[in-house]
Design a protein around this ligand. Structure first.
Ligand SMILES: [Zn+2]
Length: 160
């Protein structure tokens, strides 16, 4: 059996690791939050709803407050970026990778690794939407309209 000092060292190391892991998780997940220390620092956001006789729910404006306050600041790397935050080179690279069937999650990681700042990330869904929008614009330019059936789209693609 380990001596008392060894046991204390093991417990201290275990506790340090536990705290380090929880701190890391706090930065990675937006849903982690802490309870307000005092009642005057609580977020006032609340909404009241009511059910009327015809079984419809309504938001009651009186007594509801949709403003959030006193939330901890979000880590800058947790901000999600949109298409307008993308440079022309990044857009071209994204389109190129998407055309060779690189998944949006991988494109998101590549964009994060080539960006110089750590401000924000492109979510895979955002990358997907940007590419789909770009692809549908190219389709319209080639005469493939969203109203075309799959057969019509294939025929037009074969003629190109
Ligand atoms: Zn809130």
């Amino acid at each position: 059996m380990a001596s008392k000092s060894q046991q204390k060292a093991i417990i201290k190391k275990w506790n340090d690791n536990k705290h380090r892991k929880s701190a890391k998780n706090t930065n990675a997940r937006r849903t982690v939050t802490n309870r307000a220390l005092t009642s005057d620092k609580e977020c006032p956001m609340k909404f009241r709803v009511y059910l009327n006789g015809s079984n419809h729910w309504f938001l009651q404006s009186q007594g509801s407050c949709l403003d959030h306050k006193y939330h901890p600041k979000l880590d800058v790397s947790a901000f999600s970026l949109s298409e307008k935050d993308m440079t022309n080179d990044e857009q071209r690279l994204t389109a190129l990778l998407y055309d060779v069937n690189v998944p949006p999650s991988t494109i998101s990681k590549i964009l994060s690794s080539i960006r110089n700042d750590d401000v924000g990330t492109f979510l895979p869904k955002t990358v997907f939407n940007i590419n789909e929008k770009c692809r549908s614009l190219v389709d319209v330019a080639n005469g493939i309209l969203p109203t075309c059936s799959d057969a019509e789209k294939t025929l037009i693609s074969l003629q190109l």
